[in-house]
Write a protein that binds this ligand. Sequence first.
Ligand code: ADP
Ligand code: MG
Length: 389
Amino acid sequence: MAKTVIVTHTDQPTGRLQELAEVFAAEMCVVDTQISPLEMAREVAAFESDVAILAPDLEIDAVLELAKIMRSTCPGTECVALGRRGPSFFTKAIRSGLRDVMDHHSDDFDDMVDIIQSLHREAELRKSGPQHVVPQRANQRTIAVLGPKGGVGKSTVAVNTAVGLARRCPNDVVLVDLDTAAGEVANLLQIEPTTDVAQIASMSELDPTAVKLRLETHPSGLLVLPAPASLVAAEGIEQPSLMKLLKLLSNLFKYVVIDTGPGSTESLVTTLQTASEFLIVTTPEISGLRVLQRYMAAFNELGLEDVAQNLILNKTDDKSGVTGTQVGELLSRPVDFFIPTDRQVQLAANQGVAFIDAYRKGPVTSVLDAITRQLTGEPAPNTSKKWFR
Ligand SMILES: Nc1ncnc2c1ncn2[C@@H]1O[C@H](COP(=O)(O)OP(=O)(O)O)[C@@H](O)[C@H]1O
Ligand SMILES: [Mg+2]
């Protein structure tokens, strides 16, 4: 039988709630009145139930927020709310991901039981399906940030576009650090890792909820999966497991951004095979550009010529003497984005702050924002200043 949990502030349910608890042999998740919806979600998730009934004694705003967090972190648990909430609550309820709102005073008790039973049937069907996978999401994008040389700005681009995406879609973007030898993402975002990609890829069963709950969080709403803690751990990553993990993340999140290391590693090949989109980063140096030429030629050999690609020329005003046009000619494709050199980029990196957060205006932020908008499909902002009175 599918599992039901009742989320409430009191361990003595009464009336209809008590009857529902009996019919479904529900467990009680008694949450403190002082805790945040995020903490509540953690407590509810621990029950691994198929249906969570949010009791009428919970605050309306907490119910909505809790349902929203549960939808993104525990898609296997469907939430229904109990209580007299009024018509305007319904619109908010639907947007937050609540599956139903039941009025425990006036609704027919058998109808309430029916609603929960149908959610149980859905859960059973999901579990008995051929594979235990979450459905592929429409418009999902897995963006690999690539470049054969170190120091060209891959991590800078990865971190800033991921934070930019997360500001638009909080809790729906994950940044994976696959620079297995020298991953910097956690430092760049001031995150003290408690887990890493090698640890999670080696989990015997990749349970979506367990994976989501282990990701690190950044104040922007970005989720982060840091690079392996050591070279030995990095060596231990098995590529089929990594592939499975990346696919799972792409099922769970609208955007998966993957930062990669220099050179050609096994993880890079796995990344290339999983990504729907490449952001290729280079600086205008002849030696690096020749390496990039060979690297991009390999895309064809791997059958990746149709994957969407954007070419980013970073540190454009380094004294290399190579122009954007020459870069385009050498690589047989035009440069899509030009990021100027700005020493504040390094300053922000040293402080563990995303550049776009530290410096909200200026040419570098504008280009990083344009890259993000290109990924979301947003139109360019209207830069001409207009004042309406
Ligand atoms: N546009 C830029 N202007 C100035 N410094 C930059 C710029 N982009 C990156 N950097 C700096 O260059 C160094 C290498 O960048 P990073 O993003 O770590 O490269 P990669 O990930 O390719 O090794 C870092 O110190 C970073 O702060
Ligand atoms: Mg890097």
